[in-house]
Structures are given as C-alpha cells and as structure tokens.
Design a protein around this ligand. Structure first.
Ligand code: ATP
Ligand code: MG
Length: 163
C-alpha cells in the first residue's frame, strides 16, 4: 500500500508522513524534494505554481510510487495533490489518499511560526482556493490533523485496517 499524505501548506504532511513511515517501518519520500529548482525559486518569491510547473513534479511523484509498487514495497509520500486531476496522475489500485484536514487559522499560525521553509503565508490562500477535496469515490480517507502528531498517526493507522 502507498499512502499519499495530502492537503494544503502547513497541514502537517511532512511532519506526519515521516513519523508515520517510521512507526510502520515503511519507505518515506518527501514530495517537495522532487520539485525543480525553478519551481522552488518561484515559491520562495511568493508566486504560486501553475499546472505547467506542477505536472512534471506530479509525474516524478508517480514514478516514486511506481517504483515502490514494482518492488512490492509499502510507502508514505507527501504531496499536496490539491486537484482531482493531480490525484489522477498518482492514482493506482495500491494508493490511498490521506487528506489532513486543518482549519485556516491553525494553518496560518503554523506557517507563520515555521522557519527555513520555502512556503510562506502568502501562498496559503492560493492553495485553499485551488484545493478540491477528495471525493467519496476516491480511495482514501480524511483525518482531523489539528491535534498532536501522535494522535493523528494513531488515527491513520487505525483507518488502514479498513482502507
Ligand atoms: N499536528 C501538529 N500539531 C502542531 N504543529 C504541527 C503539527 N503538524 C505539523 N506541525 C507544524 O506545523 C508546521 C507545518 O508542518 P509541515 O511542514 O509538516 O506541513 P506540510 O503540510 O508539510 O507543509 P508544506 O506543504 O508547506 O510542506 C511545522 O512547523 C510543523 O512542525
Ligand atoms: Mg512539507
């Protein structure tokens, strides 16, 4: 099984995915590490990425997923996967989308407190505008990602039984 931890900036994708993969003993990939240097420069400058920036990135995330599946491995990967069309690029029978739900005020507070990261508060509203919530026909589930990470991770692991 491959878990794609998705949602807008600050929802905790990187934090939760890394600890979740450790708990499960699964592989972990940071989707943001697969962005091009040009896309990172764009985000640092406060400019949202457009589809032309995101498509090659999504295909790199999909390549990682396909590698895991080809080797029969399970893994956790972070990817905002904001639009259904983006998730279509990642969708496989083995993939479950885990949407980390967090209110805007909490997201803004987390982003404002964070240092050394290329995603600033200016891009949060653009991400919230872009977000298309996963539909009931999409394999996966939503977790409330407001509380402490340990509880969020427990919640995800307990969902996996029925995922
Ligand atoms: N459950 C949580 N409770 C409190 N703080 C959290 C929680 N999850 C993440 N954080 C903090 O919020 C900030 C954003 O988390 P993180 O970087 O994991 O989000 P992200 O979804 O990966 O964001 P981005 O899309 O910008 O990469 C970090 O400073 C992190 O320490
Ligand atoms: Mg991240």
């Amino acid at each position: 099984m491959i878990l794609v931890l998705m949602g807008v900036a600050g929802c905790g994708k990187s934090t939760i995915a890394e600890q979740l993969a450790q708990r499960l003993g699964w592989d972990f990939a940071e989707g943001d590490a697969l962005h091009s240097a040009a896309s990172i420069a764009k985000m640092v400058g406060g400019h949202p990425l457009d589809d032309a920036d995101r498509l090659p990135w999504l295909h790199r995330v999909a390549e990682w997923i396909d590698g895991e599946i080809a080797f029969g491995r399970s893994g956790v990967v972070t990817c905002s996967a904001l639009k259904r069309s983006y998730r279509d690029i990642l969708r496989r029978d083995e993939v479950r989308f885990v949407y980390l739900a967090v209110d805007r005020d909490v997201l803004a507070a987390r982003i404002a407190a964070r240092r050394g990261h290329f995603m600033g508060t200016t891009l949060l509203d653009s991400q919230l505008d872009t977000l298309e919530l996963p539909g009931p026909d999409e394999l996966g589930f939503t977790v409330d990602a407001t509380g402490p990470p340990a509880g969020i991770i427990d919640g995800i692991i307990s969902e996996l039984g029925s995922a």
